[in-house]
Each structure stands twice: as C-alpha cells, then as structure tokens.
Design a protein around this ligand. Sequence first.
Ligand SMILES: NC(=O)c1cnc(OC2CCCC2)nc1N
Length: 328
Amino acid sequence: MKLEEAKKRVHALKEEIQVHNRAYYELDRPTISDAEYDLLVRELVALETAFPELVTPDSPSQRVGGKPLEGFKAVRHREPLLSLGNAFSGEDLLSFHHRVTQAVGGDKVEYVVEFKIDGLTVALSYQNSLLVTGATRGDGEVGEDITQNLKTIATVPLQLNSPVAVLEVRGEAFMPKKAFLRLNEDREEAGAPVFANPRNAAAGSLRQLDPKVAASRQLQVFVYDILYLDGASIDTHGEALKYLEQQGFLVNQERFCSGDMEQVISYIRHWSEKRHELPYEIDGMVLKVNDLSQRRELGATSKAPRWAIAYKFPAEQARTRVTDIMVR
Ligand SMILES: NC(=O)c1cnc(OC2CCCC2)nc1N
C-alpha cells in the first residue's frame, strides 16, 4: 500500500473508531462487536507501524502508553481543586440557598443540580487542544501525574475538537457497576482480594504503575467543571457543560436547572430513590450556582466554594453478608 492510500485509510479508521467510542460510551448503544472494534484498532496500529509519519497525538493507538512507571510524579494544580461543603437535609439546602441569596444582595439565583458521581476527582490539562497532563486531586494543591493511565480511557479526549490555548477541567473517574462486578468475579477466581466498592476499584486502577492494567479496567470520566480556560468566554455553568461536550468530553446528560428550591428538593428526592437504576454509583447530588458572575461574587473559603454544595444521600445500611463473616 502506498503512503497516500495509507493516509486515507488511517483517517477513515480514526473517524470510524471515534464514532464507535461515542456510541459505546456516551449513548451506551454499541454499533459493532468488541471483536470488530478491536480489528479496526489493530488495522490502524499496523498502518501506523508501517507508516510512522501517519501517527498523530489523537490517534487511539496513542492511548495505551509505554512501559510501567517507577512511581508517580507530583503535579501542582494551576488552580486549587476545592472540596465541597455537605448538606444532609432539606433544611441544610434551604439555609445554603438563604446564605447564597443574601450574599448576592437578594438577586434571583438559579442552580444546576448534577449527580455526585462516587469516584475520584481528576484534573485534565490541555494546551493547544492536546492533552498534556492528567492528575489526581491529591491535597487539592498537588496531585499525582497519572497521565498515562487517564490516556487509556476512551472518553478522555487526546485532542479537543476545536482550537483552544489552555483548558483545564475537572471530572470524576469512576468504574461502572457492571465492570466492577465483573472485575471482582475475576479477582475472586484468581484468588486476589476483591474491591469493596466501585470507587475503591477506580482509585486502585488509576494508581496502577502499568497503564495496561488501567486500560483493562473499563474506567470512565465524567467532566463537570472548567478550572481554567484561555480561548473562549462563558457566562453560565450550563454553557460550560455544553462547551465541554462540544470539545469532546463525556458530560453527564442528567442535570436540572432551577431557581425554585421546592423543585430542586423534589428532583433530589427523585434520584435518591431511583439511583439504584443507574449504571454507576452516585453518593449524592451537587447544587451549583449557574451564573458565573454570581459565583465570583460569592467566592470561596480556603477549602470550599460558597457557590456549591453537595447533598449526601443517607449512607447505605452496610449489609454484612453471612459469607463475609464465614470467610473471615
Ligand atoms: N463527584 C461529582 O460528580 C462532582 C464533584 N464536584 C463537583 O463540583 C465541585 C467542583 C467545583 C466545585 C464543586 N461536581 C460534581 N458533579
């Protein structure tokens, strides 16, 4: 095959793989079998091996990186990754709303309510639309460089869809329930210790020094916050989420925008009851002031923003299975 022909085929393969990724991960409606998908990736890798000049940073072949690391480098975040204050009742939410309304001088306040994905926070940094660093939250100021592992996650863009000088985003890495159950079955069979919950499984997977292990764990990342953006102007959180979607990130489609606390509270109650139907675990909901200028007015304490709060669902009654006791 000549270079020109290979170039066309490589381009077509990358497009097709991208379409299947979106269908599989975002719409949860795979359009081809895993085997057919693997064939496409294998053909792409073979062509890139034969014609190295055709390799581009955004190629799926660049996802499962090099050899295992000796350890993780420290990464200082450009902006501190704040934590969230907690609410445990309707009253807590109403007093949060009262504080916010006071601080913005009585103006109307609108909230965006999102799932609180029960995973681990990750920060992704892009320069000139290319993924440069992926890091854990760490202590909020300094995290661990887990770029090699995050690149293996198909829904983490290696290259953004439109030009932007600097974009730093925050998201939640998590393991879907099905992948968690399957992983624990495999570990039980192999005599390895099982993970207590999907959050621990996701954290354990991203702390692996060998990216091939992370690549095998079917992790996902929902992105939900812009930490830093140089290259576009955005006025509300709703616009920010749409911008992130356009850039190619996986953004959770389920969210509710309202200034009416009655509606907000009933929306939270709805998901408190229905969360078990979700394909991933959530441990609450997050309320965020939608208007970014009101957020600037509200500011943050040293630890948490004044413009957001987490509503925590009551902890599951820890079921101690009989087998657990017997095994011990
Ligand atoms: N676990 C989640 O799904 C989640 C966590 N945090 C936030 O927002 C924080 C980030 C910026 C201040 C509030 N949103 C979320 N959806």
